[in-house]
Design a protein around this ligand. Structure first.
Ligand code: ATP
Ligand code: MG
Length: 571
C-alpha cells in the first residue's frame, strides 16, 4: 500500500481534551475521530488494528468451540420488561420509540435477545451445551464517557452466552472461556491478570475480570508476586501474620492539647503511627453507633467493613457533632478504652501491644494500652485496605498493587435469565427445567486503547506485530522517479507478500524528518529506509520500532537478512 493512496492525517500535537496517552496517540495517529461525545469513527488506520484484534478474538472463540452469530443492536422493550431490566437498568440503557410508538432500546448487552432465541429454537437437553457469540457494536449511555474508546458510549464487544442442563457443564465452559481469554490476551501481547470479582448488576454467582496492567487503569488490583492470586483492592483480604507481643508498659494518661490526627499524636508523643490505634464511628444496622478500630497507619476499607452484620449498608460515618455529644469530648480524643458501644477491631490493630489511643477525655490520650488487660480481648474483623508488601492471602508471596483496565469479564449467570424469561429445556428425565447460563464479554475496542497504554514512548505507539496496522513501514527518501528504487520497493513488497507481511510505503513528497516522525507515531513494528544515498553505499537501513538502534542491511542477500530482522523483532 502506498501512503499517498491511503488515508492518514496525523497531528503534531494532541488535542487538549485527551488526557490518556492512548487517547492522545489514537487521535494524533489519525486512528479515530470523535463524532459526538463517546461516539467515534474508526478511521482506516485504526480500523486495521481493530479488525486484527477482532480476528484474534474470533479465532480463539472458534477454537474454544463457541459458534458465531449476529444479533440486532435494536431491541424491543418487551424482552427487557420480561427480564425486569427495563426498570432496573437505569439511564445507561438508551430507550426510544419507533414510528408506531413502540418502545425499543439500543443493546448494551444481549442476554434478553439470546434467551428469547434459545427458548424458541432449543427444546431438548440433546441440543446442549451451546455457546454462541457475536462481535458487535454495543451502546451504553455512560454517565461520563472518557479516555476516547476506553470508555465510550458506542463500542465493539465480543459477547458470548452459554446454555447448559447441568451446572457441571456450565463450570466447564466457564473455565474454557477463561482459558480462551488468557490465550487471546497473551496473543495480543498484553500484560494482564485474571481477577476474582463481585458479579455486580448482571447478577449470578461466580465471575472473573481480566485486567490489563496500566497506571491509567480505573481499578486498583492487588496481586501476589509469587502466585496467580489477584483481587480488586476493594475486595482483597488482608492477612495478619503478626503475633501480639507481651505488654511491657502500664497504661498512662497523657495530655495532648489540640491534637486532632494520628500524625499529630505520633509526633507529639514520639510514638510511631504503627503503635497508635484510631477509632472511627460508623452507623450500625440498629441505627446505633459502632466503633471501628484500626492501626494508626492503616486505611479503612469501606466495602469490606460493610459486610459486617452490625454495620449499616452503605457505610456511613456518624457526624462529628453527634459523636462529640455521645462521648462528651472532641473527635480527635476518641478511643476504645471503657466504651460501651460495639467495638470491631481490625486484625492488625488487635495485634498491637503497648499502644496509644484517644482517652475519651478532651485533649487526652492513653499510652501503654494493652488488649485483655486495659480493655477486653477484641472481636476482630478484616477492616483495612491491603497495601503493597502485605502477605498474599493465599500464603504465597507478597502483595503488589497496580492499576488495571478491565478488558474482559466471564460470569456464571446461573438461572437468572432462563427463569425470568421462562426459558425451559427438557432434561434426560423428561422434565422441563430452566437451563444454566454463562456470559462472557471482551471489550474489543477497549483492547486497542489498553494495548497502546502498555506500548508507547515519547515518539508514539509501539505496536505488537499481532495487531499492528502494517507489519513493515518503508520510508522512501526523496522519492523521485528512480527506476532502481521503484524496482527495489516492488521486490520488498513481493517478498513481504510471500511472508504474509503487510507493507505501507511512505512515498509522499515530505521531508525525511516528517516521514520518520509519522513512522514513529503510527508505530508499525518494522521500518525500512530506502534512498539513493543508501543504495550508493550498497545498503538498506532497518530499524525495529521497539529498538533505539538501526541496522544496516547490505544489499547482497538483503531478502534473507530483512526477514531475519523482522522475525527477530516480532514484539
Ligand atoms: P466497566 O466496569 O468498565 O464499566 P462493565 O462491567 O460495565 O465494565 P461488561 O458489562 O462486563 O463491562 O462488558 C464487557 C466488556 O466490555 C468489559 O470488560 C469492557 O472491556 C468492555 N466495556 C464495557 N463498557 C465499555 C465502554 N463504555 N467502552 C468501551 N468498552 C467497554
Ligand atoms: Mg459499565
Amino acid at each position: 500500500m502506498k501512503l499517498s493512496n491511503f488515508y492518514l492525517n496525523t497531528l503534531k500535537e494532541a488535542p487538549q481534551e485527551a488526557q490518556l496517552i492512548s487517547h492522545q496517540l489514537m487521535l494524533r495517529a489519525n486512528m479515530i475521530k470523535q463524532t459526538a461525545s463517546g461516539i467515534y469513527t474508526w478511521l482506516p488506520l485504526g480500523l486495521r488494528v481493530l479488525r486484527k484484534v477482532e480476528n484474534i478474538v474470533r479465532e480463539e472463540m472458534n477454537k474454544a468451540g463457541a459458534i458465531e452469530l449476529s444479533m440486532p443492536m435494536t431491541q424491543p422493550a418487551e424482552l427487557w420488561q420480561e427480564s425486569g431490566r427495563w426498570q432496573d437498568y437505569g439511564p445507561e440503557l438508551l430507550r426510544f420509540k419507533d414510528r408506531h410508538q413502540r418502545d425499543f432500546c439500543l443493546g448494551p448487552t444481549h442476554e434478553e435477545i439470546i434467551s428469547d432465541i434459545i427458548r424458541q429454537e432449543i427444546h431438548s437437553y440433546r441440543q446442549l451445551p451451546l455457546n454462541l457469540y457475536q462481535i458487535q457494536t454495543k451502546f451504553r449511555d455512560e454517565v461520563r464517557p472518557r479516555f476516547g474508546v476506553m470508555r465510550s458510549r458506542e463500542f465493539l464487544m465480543k459477547d458470548a452466552y452459554s446454555f447448559h442442563t447441568e451446572e457441571k457443564s456450565l463450570v466447564e465452559t466457564y473455565n474454557d472461556m477463561a482459558q480462551a481469554y488468557r490465550d487471546i490476551f497473551t496473543r495480543i501481547g498484553l500484560d494482564f491478570r485474571a481477577v476474582s470479582a463481585d458479579s455486580g448488576s448482571i447478577g449470578g454467582d461466580t465471575s472473573q475480570e481480566f485486567h490489563v496492567l496500566a497506571n491509567s487503569g480505573e481499578d486498583a488490583l492487588a496481586f501476589s508476586d509469587n502466585s496467580d492470586y489477584c483481587a480488586n483492592v476493594e475486595l482483597a483480604e488482608s492477612i495478619c501474620l503478626e503475633a501480639r507481643p507481651e505488654p511491657t508498659q502500664s497504661m498512662e494518661l497523657q495530655e495532648t492539647p489540640n491534637v486532632r490526627t494520628i500524625k499529630q499524636v505520633s509526633q507529639l508523643l514520639d510514638i510511631p503511627e504503627t503503635q497508635c490505634v484510631k477509632l472511627l464511628l460508623v452507623k450500625g444496622t440498629q441505627d446505633d453507633a459502632i466503633a471501628l478500630i484500626l492501626r494508626g497507619d492503616h486505611q479503612l476499607n469501606e466495602i469490606k467493613a460493610e459486610k459486617h452484620p452490625l454495620i449499616a449498608t452503605p457505610l456511613s460515618f456518624v457526624e462529628e457533632n453527634i459523636a462529640e455529644k455521645i462521648f462528651n469530648c472532641h473527635f480527635g480524643s476518641l478511643g476504645p478504652v471503657g466504651i460501651t458501644i460495639p467495638l470491631i477491631v481490625d486484625n492488625y490493630a488487635a495485634q498491637v501491644a503497648d499502644f496509644c489511643c484517644g482517652a475519651n477525655q478532651q485533649n487526652h490520650h492513653y499510652i501503654g494500652v494493652n488488649w485483655g488487660r486495659d480493655l477486653p480481648q477484641p472481636e476482630t474483623y478484616d477492616l483495612r485496605t491491603v497495601e503493597q508488601g502485605d502477605p498474599s492471602p493465599d500464603g504465597k508471596g507478597k502483595i503488589n498493587i497496580r492499576r488495571g483496565i478491565e478488558v474482559g469479564h466471564v460470569f456464571q449467570l446461573g438461572k437468572k435469565y432462563s427463569d425470568a424469561m421462562k426459558l425451559t429445556i427438557q432434561n434426560k428425565e423428561g422434565e422441563e427445567i430452566n437451563p444454566y447460563m454463562g456470559c462472557y464479554g471482551i471489550g474489543v475496542s477497549r483492547i486497542v486503547a489498553a494495548s497502546i497504554e502498555q506500548n508507547n514512548d515519547q515518539r508514539g505507539i509501539i505496536w505488537r506485530q499481532q495487531i499492528a496496522p502494517f507489519d513493515l513501514h518503508i520510508v522512501l527518501i526523496n522519492p523521485k522517479k528512480n527506476p532502481e528504487i521503484n524496482a527495489l520497493i516492488e521486490q520488498v513488497e513481493t517478498l513481504c507478500q510471500q511472508h504474509h507481511l503487510e507493507v505501507i510505503t511512505d512515498d509522499r513528497p515530505l521531508s525525511p524528518g516528517n516521514k520518520f516522525a509519522d513512522a514513529d507515531l503510527i508505530g508499525c513494528p518494522h521500518r525500512l529506509v530506502i534512498g539513493e544515498k543508501g543504495l550508493k553505499n550498497g545498503e538498506l537501513e532497518y530499524k525495529a520500532r521497539s529498538c533505539e538502534q538501526s541496522e544496516a542491511i547490505p544489499l547482497d542477500n538483503w531478502q534473507e537478512k530483512l526477514i531475519t530482522q523482522i522475525t527477530l523483532n516480532k514484539g
